[in-house]
Ligand binder design. Sequence first.
Ligand SMILES: Cc1ncc(COP(=O)(O)O)c(C=O)c1O
Length: 403
Amino acid sequence: MANPTKIAFLDLVTPHQELQEELLAVVKKAFSNAGFIGGPMVEDFEKEFAAFCGAKYCVGVNSGTDALRFAFMAAGVQPGDIIVTVPHTFIATTEAISQAGAHIAFVDIHEQTYTMDPAKLREYLETRCEVNAKTGELIERASKRRVVGIVPVHLYGQTADMDPILELANKYKLFVIEDACQAHGAQYFSKKDNTWKLAGSMGMAAAFSFYPGKNLGACGEAGAATTNDPAVAARMKMIRDHGQAKKYYHDIEGYNGRLDSIQAGWLSVKLRHLANWNESRRNHAHRYHELLAEAKDAIVIPVEASWTKGVYHLYVVRVRDREAFQTALAEAGIGTGIHYPIPLHLQKAYENLDYKKGDFPVTERVAAEIVSLPMFPQMTNAQLNEVAKKVKEFACARVSAVR
Ligand SMILES: Cc1ncc(COP(=O)(O)O)c(C=O)c1O
C-alpha cells in the first residue's frame, strides 16, 4: 500500500494560506458594493494580464475552454471548417473546436518538445490539402472541407515552434489561435523577428486557463483570451455576454461566459507573484535536470529547445516501465500524474473521426511513457532532492533504457 503522500504532486494550500489576507480583502471589496459581475476588478485584471502577455487586449471569460471556443467563433469559423491541432493535448482543445462547429484534424508532435511538429503540419497542408484556384481557400482533398485555422498547444509550459507555424499560416491564409492554457509567461525566440515573444502575443488570439492548478490559477473556474486585434477582442466580449455590446441589444446569440469579478480580483493579487513563481518553477526544473542527468540512460528528461523559455507548468519525464515507476514513487509517498495517457485520436469520444492506432506514432509513443513529477513554486530543495533520489533509485534498479 502507498505511504500517505509526503511530497504532493501539487501544493495548492500553501500559496493560498500565504496570500490569505489579500485574497479575503478582495471578497470584502466585492461585498462592499455587491459588484459581482463585470466592473473595475474585471477590467483591471484584463489590463494587467494583457500587459503581462505583451498583448493589446485581454477578455476575461469563465474557462480556458470558453476562451478557445470564443476565439474560434470570433475568427469567423463556419460549420464544417477544419481546424488543425495536435492529438497530444487536453481534450478541451478539441472540444472547443467541435463546439464552435468546426471539424478537427490532427498532426503529430515533435518527439523532443511534445508540441506541434511544424514539419508534420507542412506535410498535412501540402500533401493532403490544395488551394482552390478560384477562391484561394485551402481545401482538404478527401473531405472537401475548408481548412481555416491552426491551434498550436504550448504544452507543459513551453511554446510550440511558432515561426514556421506562423509562416505556413500566412502562406495558406489560416488563423493561428494559441492554446496557452498551460503557458502563462512562457517565451519564444522568433528568429524571424530576432526577438523574444510571450505566449499569448503571437497568434490572432490565444486562450489561457486559470483552473486552480495552472501557473496562474483562480480559486474556481476562470479563463481569458488575449489578442492584438481590436475587432477580435470586441467580438469575443460580445460572445461572452449573450451577444450584446449594449445591454439587451443582442447582435448575435452568445453565451453566458463572463469572468466573475471576485475571481478577477483574486487573479490580480496572484498575478503580482506570477513572475517569481515562474522563476521558481524554472529553477526547480534546472535542479531536476542536474539531479536526473545521472539517470539519463533510463529516464528521458524534458528538453528545452533553444527557442523557448518554458515556465514548467509540468515537469514531464519518460520511462518505459511507467506503472511500476509510479507505484515505486507512490510507495515512497511521492505524487505523480500522467498528462495525458490516451492520445485524443484514440479516445472513444473521437471514434467518429476515423483515426486509428499508428496514425500519430510520436504522440502514441510519448503518451505511453510520460510521467509528470511534483512541480510547484513552493517546492523545497529537500523535496526536489528526495524526488530525484527515488527516481534515480528506481531508474538504476528497474528501468531499461528508453533509447
Ligand atoms: C492545454 C489545455 N487546453 C485547454 C484547457 C481548458 O481550460 P479550462 O479547464 O480552464 O477550461 C486546459 C486546462 O486544463 C489545458 O491544459
